[in-house]
Design a protein around this ligand. Structure first.
Ligand SMILES: Cc1cc2nc3c(=O)[nH]c(=O)nc-3n(C[C@H](O)[C@H](O)[C@H](O)COP(=O)(O)O)c2cc1C
Ligand code: SF4
Length: 518
């Protein structure tokens, strides 16, 4: 049997040198006259081990990582094609603790095979969910998704089934499925990873959404910073179309569904659903007032399901194994699994899919391994640039929508950014206001003007000018933004600002006191 070598072509792995490693392996094979098949897979998500090269041996797969091009010669000398020992040897991927501790439902296939092999997708259970869906009534498909407890993974955590039911129940000669792949939150890469590593699961999820609601056309709106994801998705859509997964008769059924990939121009606010719809229509990415909800009047004024990549990619397993199977994972009203993306100043950065319920401390300390700098963890921002900063005192918070809300935080798209004790939380609070000022679409006053005033007032606090009075002003401003903004960009910017002030008051002391304290 010809040996198989798996080298990720995921953009995270490429950024860490996977292409150089692939070239070095090709060269070495040629020079040694050894025949082997190189498969370019996606990433399994342990970025601290990327580029992670795997070989298929008689005893299963053996992983090596992080591999540098300079390691390649010695890898061959150590007999890595048969799993030989080497300083980069990691053993069976399934036994690497970072993977062994995960519950992979949505990412079950991601990173294992060539992402564009539909046969490989099917061999690992792909298309079973869609097959089941086309044999059911739309109402029953919606019921399954509702009963699974799946909530939107884009940020707001809205029940996916309820959104689908609204579109199903709304009359319209044309309905749409729009997939939100703008993924603008800091520390997040789950959408990108699955689009590059298992694109058919998203296509399958979107086709199921179409079957369930009567929508015949779908769009994936991908941020321009993701060229690899755009290329992979375009190729996967063409393959799915040719294979009859998409088209006028989805899997031979009477249901029609086709889709297109669209590329955004790069604005954080274009991840907000109504702004995204404007952008898709070729207009400026400005937030639309709701109502009407996109489910009633969405893309081009038609009933539209708009869901995040992970929400849609979680549907195939629900339709394959049933609502009860999925719902069995998780806690409280947070059902199923969540791909947590661990980033920032952290030792083991990567994507960790697990049932809801792990505490923040378990995620940061046990899974993430603490900071990369080796210094104590000071703060963790959860939920992207609009998420709150959590101090160690709140590390017992379980990863659950309601538990985070109780502590004035949010899960968002499940990205967490770790900071060590050198972080200055006043600077972080200022950054939140500045980010909002730069990214604001400008439609409403609290966000457009408030964020700029917020930067100015925090600058005064930093300069020690009437710090107490100005901090009270920031609090007042945050309340105005929270309750008076049209969308969550202005409405949630107070979370990182107020959590910094509440949990790290020592960083907001007047300048002379701060200097004296340092
Ligand atoms: C400023 C802003 C940016 C957002 N960015 C994204 C994004 O990049 N991706 C995403 O899926 N949702 C984003 N959202 C949430 C979307 O508005 C919307 O809730 C989501 O697409 C719905 O899909 P879901 O129910 O599957 O989560 C953003 C919201 C706001 C207010
Ligand atoms: S809160 Fe900001 S981004 Fe949202 S509508 Fe208002 S101005 Fe636009």
């Amino acid at each position: 049997m010809i040996p198989r070598i798996y080298i990720p072509a995921d953009s995270g792995a490429l950024a860490l040198g996977a292409e150089k490693v692939a070239k070095a392996i090709e060269k070495e094979l040629k020079e040694r006259g050894v025949e082997a098949k190189i498969v370019r897979n996606g990433s399994r998500g342990a970025y601290f081990l990327e580029p992670m090269v795997e070989v298929a041996t008689a005893n299963g797969r053996v992983a090596y990582g992080p591999v540098k091009a300079s390691d390649v010669k010695s890898l061959f000398d150590s007999g890595f094609l048969t799993g030989g020992h080497h300083k980069r040897w990691l053993g069976s991927p399934d036994k690497i603790p970072f993977f062994a501790k995960q519950t992979r439902l949505t990412f079950a296939r991601c990173g294992i095979n060539d992402p564009l092999s539909l046969d490989a997708y099917k061999s690992l259970g792909g298309l079973r969910g869609l097959q089941n869906a086309v044999a059911m009534t739309p109402a029953d498909v919606v019921k399954q998704v509702t009963e699974s407890g799946l909530r939107g993974r884009g940020g707001a955590g809205f029940p996916t089934g309820i959104k689908w039911k609204t579109v199903l129940d709304t009359a319209g000669e044309q309905k749409y499925i729009v997939c939100n792949a703008d993924e603008g939150d800091s520390a997040t890469f789950a959408d990108r990873m699955i689009m590059e590593g298992d694109p058919f699961v998203l296509i399958e999820g979107m086709a199921i959404a179409g079957v369930a609601t009567g929508a015949t056309k779908g769009f994936v709106y991908i941020r321009s910073e993701y060229p690899h994801a755009v290329a992979t998705m375009n190729k996967a859509v063409a393959i799915a179309r040719k294979a009859g997964v998409l088209g006028v008769n989805v899997l031979g059924s009477p249901n029609a569904f086709d889709m297109e990939i669209r590329v955004g121009a790069g604005a954080y606010v274009c991840g907000e659903e109504t702004s995204l719809l404007n952008s898709l229509e070729g207009k400026r990415g400005v937030v639309r007032a709701k109502p009407p909800l996109p489910a009633i009047q969405g893309l081009f004024g038609k009933p539209t399901v708009i869901n995040n990549v992970i929400s849609l990619a979680s549907v195939p397993i629900i339709m394959d194994k049933g609502a009860a199977y999925y719902k069995d994972f998780g806690m409280g009203r947070s059902r199923g699994t969540i791909p947590i993306q661990i980033a920032g100043n952290v030792r083991n950065g990567g994507l960790f899919e697990t049932a809801f319920g792990l505490t923040l401390g378990e995620i940061v300390d046990d899974i993430g391994g603490g900071t990369a700098s080796g210094r104590p963890v000071k703060a963790v921002q959860v939920g992207g640039p609009l998420g709150a900063y959590f101090p160690r005192a709140l590390f017992d918070t379980p990863f659950d929508y309601e538990e985070f809300a109780k502590r004035d935080g949010l899960i968002g798209h499940a990205g967490i950014t770790v900071f060590d004790d050198t972080a200055d939380m006043l600077k972080q609070a200022r950054f939140a206001m500045e980010f909002c000022a730069i990214e604001s679409c400008g439609k409403c006053t609290p966000c457009r003007i408030g964020s700029t005033r917020g930067v100015e007032v925090l600058d005064k606090v930093a300069a020690g000018i009437e710090a107490e009075k100005n901090l009270a002003l920031v609090t007042d401003l945050c309340n105005t933004m929270k309750f008076g903004s049209l969308c969550a960009l202005g409405g949630f910017t107070p979370y990182p600002v107020m959590s910094s002030i509440t949990h790290f008051p020592e960083d907001f002391k007047p300048a002379p006191a701060r200097v004296a304290a340092e």
